[in-house]
Design a protein around this ligand. Sequence first.
Ligand code: ADP
Length: 317
Amino acid sequence: MSKSNKLQEVRVFAPASVANVSCGFDVMGFALSGPGDEIVARRTDESGLRISKITGENGLLPTSVKKNTAGVAAQKLISNIGFEGGIELEIHKKMPLGSGLGSSAASSVGAVVAVNRLLGSPCEREKLLVFAAEGEKVACGTAHLDNVAPSLLGGFVFIRSQQPPDVTELECSKPLFATVVHPHIEINTEDTRKILRREIPMHKAVQQWGNVGGLVAGLLKGDYGLISRSLQDVIVEPIRSVLIPGFREVKQAAMDAGALGSGISGSGPSIFALSSSERTSQEAGKAMGEAFKAIGLENEIYQSRINEQGPKILQER
Ligand code: ADP
């Protein structure tokens, strides 16, 4: 291909995601239509990868390729395909950091999708998963897939195994609407892992895997009743929820508004709800936001249908 035929610049939107989804700690996640990050990948004359610009995060994120999830993920892809030219990345954060919405994963996913497209799409989307997951190591120490997989593949995703990655998309045969409410408090992701117990009683394990199976079956069959009964977490939520002020009231507000279920988004502090109609998801969002406000917590409400598409190429030239 001559230089003039090559793409010079690609801009990609990569969505936020809800990991865990109540019973599915570390094995389930779904993609939101918004918010998300925008990543621009551009060819440069100078060889190597660099991050030329970051907007929207008040100077909190590293511009070093090795420390930024987008940089690490893109570098893994570039090394794997043996590209020796120059690329610069722009990261436009359009979602809060450390909120439980998979912000670091959205950057990794946006970066690998943009760079892959810029270089003529040498990798299938599924293959990009391992590169994007490498980015997560910078954010949380391990190559977790529970945000990266839904953000990259779209829809509802089930992760049977992290290593080696074994990921299945669960196509829900009925529409599902997500609400996520982000209270303006910070909780440390590391703390939320540290407080978890290393061992669980057998009766709780049985309940939990019953719910995981029920949620998977409910999604595939489009059975709202089964989905609703299965959106219960008897292991992680009782422990982690103590870190989120107002958790019980906010969850109750979502359920009273008619949501199918509600729980912690990722490791929090955001709380999600799933509903069978757009109207219910709006009412749940309003009620959840008010419940946080009642205890003095400002918050943002995000509403969207489950995003089946995943990342989107916004512009290329
Ligand atoms: P979230 O709760 O949004 O999923 P994570 O816990 O996954 O957030 O990661 C947030 C951490 O990852 C931040 O502390 C940040 O320093 C680090 N990080 C590195 N690169 C990025 C990036 N491009 N976008 C967001 N976070 C990043």
